[in-house]
Design a protein around this ligand. Structure first.
Ligand code: F6P
Length: 357
């Protein structure tokens, strides 16, 4: 009898269900007896013993279903070693629940924070496999995370829709795309949607360079400009502040986000009408795109194979189109960011796209 646990933690994305289906179908087709326990709402379910015994029926018809059948929540890694409000030792509780169910392995689907806790549990002696989920594609050690391409599709569609209205009205349009720490989603959607200016956290922008790029388009007779800005984009001025000073400045911001700050500055400096669009959480919603369905299925099956071989303590990555196991101790706590001299950025600049630098 093989007993596995599954949990999905952190912000959701489109292909969580498709990935769990890959794991369970990969196992049930190849092992005689299988029990699958689903922990509800991320690590919360593992801490407080909120779980369900799942059957193969739970994994049918979910390939195309967005969200997660298990629910999710954010349980910050930095608080994991701190007792909860009732004094409960969360790490001990997670280990106890794992042992109570006599699990052979716990498969954890999540992003960077989730991965750090997965590594902690692995160091505590549990058999862990992590599967890289996030629309941000910022997990170190894997070329791609599931959820990313589905989100690129949605963010690109948003920019496409803005393009036609921007052209009709001769306005500047700002589309704010998800990504607090990294700009992969903004970069891909910005290029795919033909944005004129792309602003990402890794390349601090100068407002005068942004204005120059807008004016340049006006001089060329192009009446409109589309700007793709990551929600974590930062000005060169703010990039010099300490973490604390920046947090204080953001807290005191009168606008809800960076896109509106930019809009105010552009209006003041150019007199052009500016509009802001924020697709927000729609970028994480709906059905996974075909690429993600395939990626998720491959990662899920690769996880199933590792479980059958008893190989744990790793993330299943995709590198050069091959699935690969990466030890959790090598990747946990590392972020995959865009390098300003990345080929991608260079090519975008060759196309005349401004990064405001
Ligand atoms: O990590 C995925 C992500 O969607 C980020 O791109 C975004 O900044 C964040 O989650 C939003 O988090 P929440 O769902 O907690 O608002």
């Amino acid at each position: 009898m093989l007993r596995i646990g599954l949990l999905t933690s952190g912000g959701d994305c489109q292909a969580l269900n498709a990935t769990m289906r890959g794991v369970v179908k990969g196992l049930s087709a190849n092992v005689d007896e299988l029990e699958v326990y689903g922990f509800m709402n991320g690590y919360k379910g593992l801490i407080y013993g909120d779980y369900r015994l799942l059957t193969s029926r739970d994994f049918s018809g979910i390939l195309t279903k967005g969200g997660t059948i298990l629910g999710s929540s954010r349980q910050p890694f930095k608080l994991m070693r701190e007792p909860d409000e009732n004094g409960l030792d969360k790490v001990k509780a997670m280990k106890d629940n794992y042992r109570k169910l006599k699990l052979d392995c716990l498969v954890i689907l999540g992003g960077n924070g989730t991965q750090k806790t997965a590594n902690l549990l692995s160091e505590e002696g549990l058999n862990i496999i992590h599967l890289p989920k996030t629309i941000d594609n910022d997990i170190w050690g894997t070329d791609m995370t599931f959820g990313f391409y589905s989100a690129v599709n949605i963010a690109t569609e948003a920019i496409d829709c803005i393009h036609t209205t921007a052209a009709s009205h001769n306005r500047v349009f700002i589309v704010e795309i998800m990504g607090h720490k990294v700009g992969w989603l903004t970069l891909y959607a910005g290029i795919a949607g033909g944005a004129d200016i792309i602003l990402i956290p890794e390349i601090p922008y100068k407002i005068n360079s942004v204005i120059e790029a807008i004016n340049h388009r006006t001089e060329e007779g192009k009446g409109f400009t589309v700007i793709a800005v990551a929600e974590g984009a930062i000005s060169a001025e703010d990039a010099k502040l300490s973490k604390k000073q920046l947090a204080k400045k953001i807290e005191a911001r009168k606008n809800p986000s960076v896109a509106f700050d930019l809009a105010d500055q552009i209006l003041k400096k150019t007199g052009t009408e500016v509009r802001v669009t924020i697709p927000g959480h729609t970028q994480r919603g709906g059905s996974p795109c075909p690429y993600d369905r395939v990626l998720s299925t491959r990662l899920g099956v690769a996880a199933a194979e590792l479980i059958m071989k008893g190989e744990y303590g790793c993330m299943v990555a995709i590198v050069n189109n091959k699935t690969k196991k990466v030890p959790l101790k090598d990747c946990a706590g590392k972020l995959k960011t865009i390098q300003p001299d990345d080929q991608f950025v260079h090519e975008a600049k060759m196309m005349g796209i401004s990064f405001g630098d």
